[in-house]
Design a protein around this ligand. Structure first.
Ligand SMILES: [Zn+2]
Length: 308
């Protein structure tokens, strides 16, 4: 049995998977806020509960909202800031008396979709999560590409390619720069763009719904969004040349993206034709937790991302 845990900002989800990907059991708890020790206890308690329920002992993989520094083994880049600088892999391994593997949550998402999701069978999968941010993860031949700095796939803080005059310098980003891809493509970014053009403050999915009903302002905002998405993702295609780009997160529910973005990306891709597919995640919100469970399926896992 494989246990996967998705450590989110507000909730922690746990899943017990059979070797064939069948789900034995799932459990969700609130994420402790502000305390590292309580977070470790909550994670350990969740594993105990899943094992009590299934009466089996499992391998444990954990998706985290950040990364483990390959240099130090400590958590970095986590928006759950109380985890930063902590040896979470080591502490969990000790508490659970077994090796535990940790990986960035977007990497878990990409691994899940590459293993038995919308990217199954593809050699190169780029997993994109667009919601409050724009995360990304890369899986090559069934293996997460972690990277020397543990940031592979983090396309959201590149500048918007081929920025138009009215897109410069762009909005300030929390990373310290301006006009990052995330400041154009996240859900809040689409909401802001619509509001700036005279609309009211509504969610990205609502803007798409209004466009579907023919509202001109929403239609224009969606068209701008799709052109930006096409330019941003074309630079990923040039660099990585993925077979499949799998979209997850809240904005993956906007159906028109799957036809409209590929129709716009060719002028920015250095190729006579583009066979890359843009598809919706098969496992939806469950991909993070499933990918965490699959971390023990992966061959050649980097030791610096967990203990053995
Ligand atoms: Zn940024």
């Amino acid at each position: 049995m494989r246990i996967g845990i998705d450590l989110g900002g507000t909730k922690i989800e746990g899943i017990a998977l059979a070797a064939d990907g069948r789900e034995f059991h799932r459990r969700r708890i609130a994420a402790p806020q502000g305390s590292y020790d309580e977070s470790v206890r909550a994670l350990t308690g969740l594993v105990d509960a899943l094992e009590a329920e299934t009466r089996e002992r499992g391998t444990v993989g954990v998706g985290i909202p950040g990364a483990i520094s390959p240099a130090t083994g400590l958590i970095k880049n986590a928006n759950s800031t109380w985890l930063i600088g902590k040896p979470l892999a080591e502490d969990l391994s000790r508490a659970l008396a077994r090796p535990v593997r940790l990986a960035n949550d977007a990497n878990c998402f990409a691994l899940s979709e590459a293993t038995d999701g919308a990217g199954a069978g593809a050699a190169v999968v780029f997993g994109v999560i667009i919601g409050t941010g724009t995360g990304g993860g890369v899986v090559v031949n069934g293996r997460v590409l972690a990277g020397a700095n543990a940031i592979a796939g983090e396309w959201g803080h590149n500048p918007m390619p081929a920025a138009e005059d009215d897109e410069r310098p762009g909005a300030a980003c929390y990373c310290g720069r301006s006009g990052c891809i995330e400041t154009w493509l996240s859900g809040p970014a689409l909401s802001r763009d619509y509001a700036t053009s005279g609309g009211d403050q509504v969610s990205a999915v609502e803007i798409a719904a209004r466009a579907a009903q023919g509202e001109a302002r929403a239609t224009a905002a969606m068209a701008r969004y799709e052109r930006r998405f096409a330019r941003a993702i074309a630079s990923i295609i040039n660099l990585l040349d993925p077979d499949v780009i799998v979209l997850g997160g809240g904005l993956s529910n906007i159906e028109r993206l799957y036809a409209n973005v590929p129709a716009l990306w060719s002028p920015f891709v250095f190729s006579d034709r583009v066979d890359t597919r843009l598809v919706r995640a098969k496992h939806g919100d469950a991909s993070g937790v499933r990918g965490a469970a699959w971390l023990w399926e992966e061959s050649g896992f980097r030791p610096s991302w967990g203990s053995r």
